[in-house]
Design a protein around this ligand. Structure first.
Ligand code: ADP
Ligand code: ASP
Ligand code: MG
Length: 428
């Protein structure tokens, strides 16, 4: 059994769907059963979400673009937005099934509720709750190609829920895990996972293999080639993932990148890749009461509003019994976070709150960091050589991230890519 997933640019029009159908047909010849997961045609999800947003806010507000004073969206509105956003995948699944049928293959479309793909009720960012293949297994065993609408599932309230942007990757891995597929092939508009985004660094190199661990960090630190949850799920269920290009004809020998166990990777690099995210914001709470429980209060306020806090730095304030707290979060969540902190000012007892936007986070990732020294020094020196100031630093066993001014994002990514020799062939 094999699961194939095609992203938005791969199904952007009927001629590309035609090529996808040829890839699927070729795979069906070799496999015992094939399930295909598709994303919406390129641009459709953005368009649908834009329409939903306009309906929620009214035309006057949305024409001014997303502003900092946007009010938080209600749960009811998020559920309705999912109903709209999920249409894109219904369309592409139907079109691919029709194309396969025209080529003489047995194929049918499957929507989230038909499988069903059970999720939790976090509309807009739902998690898959149950990994069972339902009627899918017998269907593909009978030789029929299942064309599955990615990104969508059914919530406990029996409503359409979406898995968040890039969620079709996760749909595909979930289906692969449920079907106990031999592999999950993610076809996209690049021919594999690169040392960094090849659109930013043209000299980026394709990796033959990358460990689940590193891929998980790369994805969560901004490499959108795979949705973070898809890698999490693949790692948990030991689903081998392959990333490859849908722009090549099926006959050509494809390599792509295999995401697999660390043990299967012979040549271990100290640093395997560079990732980045833009649109970071920073909150500074100055002269905060330095008592047990204050940090817990701050971050429970954030958690209650579903705000994902990232880097956190606490330091002593010059004032007695006071501390300064700095943390980062996505730009879009800043108004919400400020409002929450403002309303808890008395309890938290801080003197001043400031915030900044226009920040980026740039990270280096590599399992080799566990056992090598001097990795951080090289990073900071490379940034210093370009005159880039580091705002906040955070580290884990296999990554180092720095917060910098967004205008230096590309410069920093290129400098780090060069500093660790990532563009050079692994054996040179
Ligand atoms: P799809 O629509 O197929 O899901 P995405 O746009 O979500 O495709 O992901 C593919 C894109 O990810 C590439 O076009 C590339 O610009 C970007 N990307 C970011 N980081 C990397 C990386 N390290 N390797 C490969 N692609 C990357
Ligand atoms: N169509 C959805 C999106 O654009 C899901 C996906 O492409 O994976 O986010
Ligand atoms: Mg994607």
């Amino acid at each position: 059994r094999l699961v194939l997933k095609f992203g938005g640019t791969s199904v952007a029009d009927l001629s590309r769907i035609e090529r996808v159908a040829r890839i699927v047909a070729a795979a069906a010849e070799d496999a015992d059963g094939v399930a295909v997961v598709v994303s919406a045609m390129a641009g459709d999800t953005n368009r649908l979400l834009g329409l939903a947003e306009e309906a929620v806010r009214g035309p006057a507000v949305s024409s001014a673009g997303p502003g900092l004073d946007d009010a938080p969206t209600s749960r009811a509105a998020r559920a309705e937005t999912d109903t709209i956003a999920a249409c894109g995948e219904q369309l592409s699944a139907g079109l691919l099934a029709l194309t396969l049928q025209r080529m003489g293959l047995r194929a049918r479309s499957w929507l989230g509720w038909q499988m069903p793909m059970a999720t939790d009720g976090a509309y807009g960012a739902a998690r898959i709750a149950d990994l069972s293949a339902g009627a899918l297994g017998p269907a593909i065993d009978s030789g029929e190609i299942a064309v599955i609408a990615g990104y969508q599932g059914v919530s406990p309230e029996n409503r359409v829920a979406t898995l968040g942007r890039g969620g079709s990757d996760t749909s595909a891995v979930a289906v692969a895990a449920a079907l106990k597929a031999e592999r999950c092939d993610i076809y996209t508009d690049v021919d594999g996972v690169y040392t960094t985004d090849p659109r930013v660094v043209p000299g980026a190199r394709r990796l033959d293999r990358i460990s689940y661990e590193e891929m998980l960090e790369m994805a969560s630190l901004g490499a959108k080639v795979l949705q973070t949850r898809s890698v999490e799920l693949a790692m948990a269920h030991a689903v081998p993932l392959r990333v490859l290009s849908s722009f090549e004809e099926p006959s050509r020998a494809r390599q792509g990148t295999l995401v697999c166990d660390e043990g299967l990777i012979l040549e271990k690099q100290i640093v395997s890749g560079v990732a980045f995210t833009r649109d970071e914001a920073r909150v500074n709470l100055l002269a905060l009461r330095d008592d047990p429980g204050v940090a817990a209060k701050i971050f429970s306020l954030m958690a209650k509003r579903d705000i994902n806090v990232d880097m956190i730095v606490q330091s002593k304030s010059r004032q007695a019994n006071a501390a300064n707290m700095v943390f980062t979060l996505p730009h879009k969540d800043l108004p919400d976070a400020r409002e929450a902190l403002e309303s808890a000012r008395e309890t938290l007892g801080y003197q001043e709150m400031t915030s900044e936007t226009g920040l980026s986070k740039v990270s280096i990732i590599g399992v080799g960091m566990k056992s090598h020294t001097g990795v951080a020094e090289k990073m900071f020196q490379a940034l210093a050589d370009k005159g880039i100031n580091i705002d906040v630093i955070s580290t884990s066993e296999i990554k180092i991230s720095v917060l910098i001014s967004a205008e230096y994002t590309e410069l920093a990514v290129r400098a780090l890519h060069a500093a660790y020799g990532l563009g050079e062939a692994a054996d040179s």
